[in-house]
Write a protein that binds this ligand. Sequence first.
Ligand code: ACO
Length: 428
Amino acid sequence: MSDIAKLQIGDKSYELPLIKGTENEVAIDIKSLRGSTNGIITLDPGFKNTGSCESAITFLDGEKGILRYRGYPIEQLAENASFLEVSYALIFGDLPTKEQLDKFHADIKEMSVVDDDVKKILDAFPKSAHPMGILSSLTSALTAFNPSSVNTDSEEQVYKAVVKIMGKFPVLVAYTMRKKLGLPLNYGSTSLGYVDNMLKMMFEKPNEDYSINPVIKNALDKLLILHADHEQNCSTSTVRIAGSSHVGLFASLSTGISALWGPLHGGANQAVLEMLEAIKEDGGDTKKYMAKAKDKSDPFRLMGFGHRVYKNFDPRAKIIKKAADEVLTQLGVEDPILEIAKGLEKEALSDPYFVERKLYPNVDFYSGIIYRAMGIPVEMFTVMFALGRLPGWIAQWKEMRSRKEPIGRPRQIYIGENERPFVTIDKR
Ligand code: ACO
């Protein structure tokens, strides 16, 4: 293939370079387009065909159902690695040695205390507040308690910011859940592993010893790994764009949390469970809901189905479906909702509407069933997603800053009124 694309506009032709990634993905480099064509731009709402950056973090092939972090296949990571190892690999490029991992964990623990005044902000929220709103606000509020800006040219300062947020974020997550449940705040113990301590911080009751159930711990480790990064999705792009204005890491992360909250993105895991509950309450008639999903006059969508990039299967959904079966069996939980989910999946996979549109279960379709079996409230599901996505957001922010990417500022095609004179209010 030539490494030049030719563009013909009217009688003029332009040459645009082609850029090839390490997995042979090809892009037309349009950086010079507007300048050389005297103002012509490309238009691509939703960025369905537009790459926003070159990135060395995550590779995914939606047609083949491939997902790799830093080159490591997601299946191997989910089977063998811990969330902290995966976090390190995403942020720093390679899986850590034992010494690197121990140091990373020790530094995170060192930074995990959150200023006690943050509790005052937490207290001001009503109990009815959605945990994602609380988490986004508290993450943003951390900037007030850690005001010095990070010099992104200093590896040491960036490392410090990374371990700070890796330490404090799980505390904020636990705060939001305990607020919801009316439980006193709990720091857990630094003698525990990263994920073990998350569980203790979230679940320990003030009057009971908390012992970690290995089934729950392993399931959480796996879920966090599967959610840890997904290249330029909505929340990650939000983090990169916000960070491109050189606002700090914590403020950039808080914009990602807000973007993740929406039901078309991370909020789908809550929406899936609510949908499955509604189907159960309605007598378990999956056919009725399949018909609603296909009816274009009905806004209902089958939540947990479809993906912008995966058009064959979502490799994360495969792993999670298996894990849901295992976790429920090991915990001795019988959840009728799992059967409804499997029924819906079976129907959708043989229904021409879903087959033609290449709609498959995504990562969120089965994750809520596991979270529920773990005792996590439904409103916390998207917070759990954010906990998993944290290292991905950090890695993407760090990469964007180290590559000195320009401020993200898309163009538009204006379709409003042409110039018209101001009319005083009595004449309108
Ligand atoms: N149920 C019913 N129909 C659907 C669904 C669905 N879940 N998803 C897509 N479709 C249909 C659309 O109506 C459209 O039909 P048309 O061609 O007849 O107009 C076609 O499939 C293509 O859908 P788009 O919305 O154009 O696809 P897009 O790539 O923009 O959206 C998205 C992807 C947002 C994930 C979509 O599939 C969706 O809304 N799914 C449900 C929400 C969900 O599960 N989100 C989580 C995604 S994973 C994540 O963010 C972690």
